[in-house]
Design a binder for this molecule. Structure first.
Ligand code: SF4
Length: 84
C-alpha cells in the first residue's frame, strides 16, 4: 500500500482541552494548589474565538466544574456556531 494513503492533512490540532474554570463543588486533593484565577466573560469569549481559529476537530470544555460558569452556554454556542 502507498504510504501516502495514510497521510491526513491536518489544518489544526486534533483537539483542544480547555479547563474553562477551576471552580468546583468539591475539594479533592487532585486540585489542591490549582490556580483559582478565573477568566471574565470577555476574556473567555476571546479565548473561545482564538480556539476556534485553531480549527481543532474537537473542543473539550472541562474544569473544575464547567457548569458552574454562568456563561458556559454562551461560550459553547460561540464555539459550536463558529466551527468550520
Ligand atoms: S475538579 Fe474534579 S478533582 Fe477537582 S475538586 Fe472538582 S471533582 Fe475534585
Amino acid at each position: 500500500m502507498n504510504a501516502d494513503a495514510w497521510r491526513v492533512e491536518m489544518k489544526g490540532p486534533t483537539y483542544v482541552d480547555w479547563a474553562i474554570t477551576s471552580a468546583c463543588n468539591l475539594n479533592c486533593r487532585h486540585c489542591v494548589g490549582m490556580n483559582k484565577d478565573e477568566l471574565n466573560h470577555r476574556e473567555a469569549a476571546r479565548a473561545a474565538e482564538n480556539i476556534v481559529g485553531l480549527s481543532p476537530r474537537w473542543v473539550i470544555l472541562e474544569g473544575g466544574e464547567p457548569v458552574l460558569r454562568d456563561d458556559l452556554s454562551v461560550i459553547s454556542y460561540t464555539i459550536i456556531t463558529s466551527a468550520r
